[in-house]
Design a protein around this ligand. Structure first.
Ligand code: ARG
Length: 293
């Protein structure tokens, strides 16, 4: 893509240079202004007409750019951790789920192309801070600590932390977690809440994937798993002999994380999200993956 942009700039500069050819100082200024105009037009709304002038000088570059501008070219990079069904998970070679579809709908509204980056959950915020990703969409709960490092959009759904145990477990509610081995996904709110039990003699085992915690419980290595409700439902449906306790630990809200201070993008995403709520599209995406009980 870079090459094409450079080609276009070159073409625009040539047009500008020709316009300024053989004229005095005043024209040189006009030429510079022309260049800017030509570049902006071509990049934003290139039509066959617009590119004609540039075509004569740099045919290939101008044509490719026209095609690209049609798709708008701008990329919105979403950082996620695709170990969290039904919000984001691997399906064959694809990463799918509620968050991916919501982000796609937002990108479309902003005239951008979504690119999904699958990384460790606790790398998402650093990735936003460094500017390598634009939005963090990962069933991410809004909390005070994270708000120190990133901004959050308006919430798009509510969620809760639940406890998964073996069907024959003696753990019947949150209080019974005291003194037990509790598995969580590293760096999640489940990790934060479960860690409160360390003062009560509990041991927290932190896994890179929520599913690994469930496996460890199946193997008898830990007594319980604390994780978000919807992934818990998926894991329980895929595994024999485990259940979710009725009493949830917390109620939380998921929102999209954005680099601190990038109010322009925050406003844009909030605008798009608002429209998706209003039109019912957001709910339709959620309903596609989560059946009402
Ligand atoms: N809601 C929890 C949190 O924000 C867990 C999110 C985990 N998401 C993921 N894609 N693995 O900490």
């Amino acid at each position: 893509m870079k090459k094409q942009v450079i080609a276009l700039l070159t073409a625009a500069m040539m047009v500008g240079a020709m316009a300024g050819c053989g004229s005095g100082g005043a024209d040189a200024t006009t030429a510079a202004a022309d260049t800017t105009a030509a570049t902006t037009t071509a990049a934003e709304t290139t039509t066959a007409e617009d590119t004609k002038a540039a075509d004569t000088e740099a045919e290939d570059g101008a044509e490719t750019t026209a095609a690209e501008a049609g798709a708008d070219g701008k990329v919105l990079v979403m950082a996620t951790n695709a170990e969290f069904p039904p919000y984001e998970y691997h399906d064959g070679g694809d990463i799918v789920g509620i968050d991916v579809e919501v982000a796609e709908a937002i990108a479309e509204k902003l005239g951008m192309t979504l690119e999904v980056e699958d990384i460790a959950f606790d790398s998402i915020i650093p990735e936003l801070e460094s500017g390598k990703a634009d939005i963090g969409v990962a069933g991410m709960t809004v909390n005070e600590d994270r708000l120190k490092n990133v901004d959050f959009t308006d919430p798009y759904t509510t969620a809760s932390q639940v406890i998964i145990v073996k069907e024959d477990s003696d753990i019947a509610g949150p209080d019974d977690l005291k003194g037990k081995y509790i598995g969580v996904q590293l760096g999640t709110t489940g990790d934060i809440y479960a860690s409160d039990y360390e003062a009560d003699g509990s041991t927290i085992e932190r896994y890179n994937k929520g599913f690994e915690a469930v496996q460890a419980m199946q193997q008898g290595k830990i007594d319980a798993v604390v994780i978000d409700q919807e992934p818990a439902k998926v894991f329980v449906s895929q595994n024999e002999g485990i259940k979710i306790l009725d009493e949830a630990l917390t109620v939380e809200e998921y929102a999209i994380a954005i680099k601190k201070g990038n109010t322009e993008l925050l406003d844009q995403v909030n605008g798009a999200l608002g429209e998706l709520k209003e039109s019912g599209e957001l709910q339709a995406i959620i309903d596609k993956y989560i059946s009402a009980e």
